[in-house]
Design a protein around this ligand. Structure first.
Ligand SMILES: [Zn+2]
Length: 73
């Protein structure tokens, strides 16, 4: 019986995390040209870019547009 590795969960290459530039808190997910935001109590939003917000943890202003490079891992 051949040994088979479990396939890795597929991750869409266009998806990436939007994190606070100061404290690294997750702010949302970038889905192609859309921003997916999720808040407490099941509130979810899809927003078009560009977007900006203040971090709920440290208060830093974060801006995101189509040319914002992903954070280095
Ligand atoms: Zn922050």
């Amino acid at each position: 019986m051949p040994t088979q590795l479990l396939p890795r969960k597929p991750v869409a290459s266009a998806d990436r995390e939007w994190r606070c530039r100061r404290c690294d808190k997750l702010l949302g997910l970038v889905l192609a040209d859309r921003l997916h935001l999720r808040f407490a109590r099941q509130h979810e939003y899809h927003a078009a870019l560009p977007a900006s917000c203040t971090c709920r943890s440290c208060g830093a202003l974060n801006e995101l547009n189509h040319t914002t490079p992903p954070r280095a891992a």
